[in-house]
Design a protein around this ligand. Structure first.
Ligand SMILES: O=C(O)c1ccc(O)c(O)c1
Ligand SMILES: [Mg+2]
Length: 634
């Protein structure tokens, strides 16, 4: 399919936007009038620049408040239209979007709207221009696509058709099923946007919170299926009004947009045969357009490791090694020729890397290893969704490693640990790697860490939606609900993503920038380790002389008010500074270690089928972490 995007979706000048859109591989562009008006480029300059970048100008927009008006207003609007037609001729644009009238002066009269739109279409036809009429969700009288279709049908002019916009249709919860009753040739244009479900005024929601398909909660793929079934063969065009994208780097946003369209086409291709439809079953092969079909997602089956930059391991193991030791981890190997240590316990593996990349001078979570049924196929998938595959200046002695960069720069490795069909990264840590249990680990002691439960990564605030789309589309993880967590100095956005079997879970949090009063930027990351007996793990930590993060007494007073867990259990939680949560499926016990650089560990025990991440307790944790940070910098 032709892929297009509206210039309003990106930041920068019109020239920047065109360059970014061209570089991301789009076929076309919708020129937003305000971008052109403010540009120091003539319409001809824009036309030739777009052509040089391989971009067709698919649409010019928006033309507002035209239909169902008084004769005086109509005369004024027709004059305005003639000027716009002239600009479009200079641009080489042949389709004008007219959005439904929002003015209080508009009359509730479909026959009048049809008559006036017909007049506009007749004038447009003289310039070889077509009019695409769009029902804005907040239109004064016309706010639903079936209503705009009735008007277009009544006007009955070949140069008048519809613009369908997924936001306006899905935001008002209008059933897109009836789209299939519209002949495809009367759908002149299809605009796509997703949005997180937010109970708010639809105009405000549209102007600030639209996002690319796959980043929100709307069924954009289902809507596209209905449109394609009509025979529509025009472009899929992204039109996103978003406060963050307006500020973020345009090159990157354009690439994120392209990834979203590829994933959307794949979604449509794989589900169009199943979507409820008034017509016969239609398979992708029978469509007049072709849809992208990237190699399927390879769902990871667990964590192989988490890698931490540990600049200080040279000095007596460094603080991270101290914490790992107190938690019962054992250093089981050292990389054959890199300053990397392997620490293990159960199936949990942590790499401490002293070879601090690019001036990193504090501990940070830099890479995660995921167990993959097919690492090479996982990389192919990532490549086809425009994720940077990491060039590895590999030593021929090392095991083959397949890795991609996540949007926040975290390296994601696809591994097959100790599988006969693939070389194992573990072999790089020497044949004399110690068995963690035999090497003085605590395989036989209660409170063993069994595996990595989840990792929590902080995303720069302007890459949050991009990150959730990356984990969803590239790795095949399912996003959970977005949460807002109160922090002493801000509101933290958090969203978990996980595999269907929950063996890989990640929490994505927004990192934020310290305020003007000199507070530091906060981008804490953590590795959550699963224990089969958290009370024993906590006692071991105490015995090793390492204190967990000191949760305040007020938390325990409140916990007693919220949950009746019995006096003994409450006393135990308070003594060991364990936190507690529960959901409909089970209970959750957890504690945190103190932060080293940007990193801390969490130990968790899930009782029953608890599905969450202890988000209810995150505000207390953040407050304590902030207090420690302030204390240190005083
Ligand atoms: O927010 C608006 O006004 C607006 C304008 C043009 C569109 O295509 C649209 O979907 C919204
Ligand atoms: Mg629109």
């Amino acid at each position: 399919m032709r892929r297009s995007i509206a210039t309003v979706s990106l930041s920068g000048t019109l020239a920047d936007k065109l360059t970014a859109i061209g570089a991301a591989g789009f076929d076309g562009v919708e020129i937003f009038e305000n971008d052109l008006i403010a540009a120091d480029l003539s319409p001809e300059d824009v036309r030739y620049r777009a052509a040089d970048l391989g971009l067709a100008i698919e649409l010019y927009q928006p033309f507002r408040d035209f239909e169902a008006v008084s004769p005086t207003a109509l005369a004024h609007s027709l004059r305005r239209a003639e000027h716009k037609f002239a600009v479009m001729e200079r641009l080489g644009a042949t389709c004008l979007l007219v959005c439904s009238n929002v003015s209080p002066a508009a009359v509730d009269d479909d026959a009048l709207a049809a008559e006036q739109l017909r007049l506009l279409a007749e004038r447009a036809a003289e310039h070889g221009i077509r009019i695409a009429y769009e029902a804005l969700a907040w239109g004064r009288h016309v706010h639903d696509y079936l209503h705009s279709w009735r008007i277009v049908r009544a006007a009955d002019h070949p140069n008048l058709g519809l613009c369908l916009d997924s936001f306006h249709i899905l935001a008002r919860d209008v059933d897109p099923y009836a789209i299939e009753t519209i002949p495809g040739e009367k759908i002149f244009f299809l605009q796509l946007a997703d949005a997180p479900s937010l109970p708010m005024d639809v105009l405000y929601w549209s102007r600030h919170y639209r996002c690319f398909p796959g980043q929100g909660d709307l069924d954009v793929a289902g809507l596209v299926s209905h449109v394609l079934r009509t025979g529509y063969d025009g472009p899929l065009s992204l039109e996103v009004f978003n406060d963050i994208f307006r500020q973020a780097a345009s090159m990157r946003t354009a690439q994120d947009a392209m990834r979203s369209l590829i994933a959307l086409e794949e979604h449509v291709a794989t589900t169009i045969g199943e979507s409820p439809s008034p017509g016969p079953v239609l398979l992708p092969e029978a469509l007049p357009v072709s849809l992208a079909v990237p190699p399927p997602a390879v769902i990871p089956s667990g964590f192989a490791f988490a890698e931490l930059a540990a600049p200080a391991i040279g000095t007596a193991g460094g603080p991270l090694a101290g914490v790992l030791g107190a938690l019962g981890f054992v250093r089981t190997g050292v990389h054959a020729h890199k300053p990397v240590e392997l620490w293990e316990q159960g199936e949990a593996r942590i790499l401490l890397n002293a070879g601090s990349p690019e001036g990193r001078d504090e501990p940070a979570l830099t890479a995660i290893g995921l167990e993959s049924p097919d690492p090479a196929a996982a990389v192919k998938r990532a490549e086809s969704l425009l994720s940077p595959v990491l060039p590895r200046p590999r030593d021929p002695r090392d095991a083959q490693l397949d890795a991609v960069a996540a949007p926040d720069g975290t390296e994601v490795f696809f591994c097959r640990t100790a599988q006969p069909d693939h070389s194992s990264w573990l072999d790089d840590f020497g044949m004399d790697r110690r068995d963690p249990a035999a090497a003085g680990g605590n395989g036989d002691v209660a409170g063993e860490i069994t595996h990595i439960d989840h990792v929590a990564l902080t995303q720069p605030w302007h890459h949050f939606d991009e990150a959730s789309l990356f984990y969803r589309s590239v790795l095949g993880l399912s996003p959970h609900q977005s949460l807002e967590l109160p922090d002493p100095y801000g509101l933290l956005r958090s969203r978990a993503v996980s595999t269907p079997d929950d063996r890989v879970r990640m929490a994505l949090n927004v990192a934020y920038v310290g305020a003007a009063d000199g507070r530091p930027d906060v981008a804490w990351q953590h590795v959550a380790l699963a224990s089969d007996d958290i009370v024993a793990t906590a006692r071991r930590l105490h015995t090793a002389g390492t204190a967990p993060l000191a949760i305040p007494d007020n938390y325990y007073d409140d916990l007693e008010a919220r949950h009746d867990l019995g006096a003994r259990r409450h006393a135990l939680l308070r003594e060991l500074r364990l936190l507690y949560d529960r959901d409909d499926h089970g209970e959750f016990l957890h504690f945190y270690t103190v932060t080293t650089g940007r990193v801390f560990f969490e130990v968790v025990q899930r009782l029953g089928g608890y599905r969450g991440y202890g988000a209810a307790n995150a505000p207390v944790r953040l407050a304590v972490q902030h207090a420690r940070l302030h204390h240190r910098s005083d």
